[in-house]
Design a protein around this ligand. Sequence first.
Ligand code: GAL
Length: 691
Amino acid sequence: MALTDANPSATPVSSTPLGGVAGWPTGLTGLGYGGDYNPEQWPQATRLEDVEMMIEAGVNIVSVAIFAWATLEPDEGQYEFGWLDEMMDRLHAAGIRVALATATASPPPWLTARHPEILPQLADGTVLGQGGRQSYAVTHPVFRQYALTMATVMAERYKDHPALALWHVDNEIGCHVPRDYSDAAASAFRSWLAERYGSIDALNEAWGTAFWSQRYSAFEDILPPRTAPTYANPTQQLDFDRFSSRALLGYYQDLRDTLRAITPDVPITTNFMASTGTKGMDYFDWAAELDVISNDHYTGADNDDRHIELAFSADLTRGIGGGRPWILMEHSTSAVNWQPRNRTKAPGEMLRNSLAHVARGADSVMFFQWRQSAAGAEKFHSAMVPHAGRDSDVWANTVALGQALRDLAPVQGSTVRSRVAMVFDYEAWWASELDSHPTQELRYLDQAQALYKQLWLRGVSTDVVHPGADLSGYDLVIVPTLYLVSDADAANVAAVAERGGTVLVTYFSGIVTPEDHVRLGGYPGAFRDLLGVRTEEFYTLQATETVTVSGGGPLAGTYSADLWTEKTHLTGAQAVAVHDDGALAGLPAVTRNAVGSGSAWYSATRFEEAGTAALVEAVLADAGVTGEIEAPAGVEVVRRHGADGASFLFVLNHTDAEASVKASGLDLLTGSTATGDLTIAPGAVAVIQES
Ligand code: GAL
């Protein structure tokens, strides 16, 4: 959550969030710029050229040694640090700060060959072998010991090195193996459960094991939810999700504590993947353990709204970090190589992508990776220095972005302020998509992003926050499909309406307790009183079925909806839209409940795009919220605010046409002054230091 005028009681933005360590890479001034740097892939001559080219591009921070374990320790206990010593010295001499990795992200072949027991397993028992990367079970004590030793060796060697600015723990922890079903994981799961529940009776109660003869008599009999004849116990699955996120975090914490003991003043991070598709780790739960939040983001080649998905990811990252500036640790200069069909970025797209992250709070822009590999599994993944070398668009873009980030130095430390929050919860995500539900097609993230898109299109700045976050300063709080919610979080949402704010809750929300037990008496359980409705039964739709819904007042019009409908009765709310057809003809589909001086809206169905747009318009109007400034369709407008009263208006033109907005001030990118009217070329970006 951002520290905002509108949100005075929110947690203050802190520069020293943990352990007295400043929350930013030491010695990094201005906005950060750089990428993963893997000199171990290159001969000396190239390494020398690398530093020259980094200076030319304005690089001031690189992540080093992420995948260097096998190079640094070619055989057990035999270390070869000479090349890294030299590289650290050279980077330092060039004024480039180093985010030094623990080098643990991929165990060397000698380790997995000698200790195959550290390999992780899938639910069906398949062992994930060596030869790729991340082939380790974080819970295996043997692996843990080797990783801690490697981190200790790194920290002892470089603790006094002047280039060391930040520790980069492992890499995208949980990326390839978010859930490990090995025996090591099973044993750790049992210990975690024993601690969580205290007694086997409490676990039986929480898991509802009276069903299907699943009653346990001892923790020793419990396994991870491995492949079974049919659905595994849902609460067991959910607890395994919780445990797995915590186990991965525990691995991070162990490495962090090791580094902290040796280098108490060096901040520590690990790179998150807070974006589409990554649901394994509860980053809201992880955030407090990091000194600096960093995130990796890649756009989806087949997503026409990829710039909007990018904005969602950036707003989520900022929300995870409590509004603090964060590091974009990885994105790509052009195409990636791991999607079914990859996409080369269009002219201007890389700059727009980078500055869209900056607009939403990133104070450092980094890439995977500095130099495009000549060999290995990522040789067709773009980089800052492409295969083609200097004579290329990509290199020209790399240099131009470096210049742009230098020009934007004044924005460093400024923050985004939002009047709208969207609550987002990893536990609700896990639980809502469990098997054995009314439909297998419900997608939590899709619903959140469909609503978010409508906010983005209207230029409304949105903080994506945990349902337990301080919501006291927001005028509008949107609650997409929050299937699982605690009593406390439900009360937190209700308080928004009670104090005069507007709340929108969408279908299949408030259904279960954190144990995944249904809240009896009618849906949407935890939100029934707030919303003034009672749903008696779900009516999920088949793939070919849609319904039409007609509204009045702010929702006037007829809209199409699919996938999900509910037989909903009014118990205090008023119907804003009703079903025109189908089994629920005449019954409410959208309701509004007056609560104190505020209001609580419920959408009992999944609208297609036009209906979602109308719904978001209606609740924005109810809350009195408008976009940052008026802007043509496809022009993204975001404002960052400095502590000194300065403000920076980012205007990103995602269209093929010239666009104009009202703005006054100095364009930090061009040095020209806007006096009321600002014209932005197709695909271009302006950042106005407002007067
Ligand atoms: C990330 C990873 C990098 C690189 C990149 C490619 O997931 O951290 O090492 O593989 O993807 O897009």
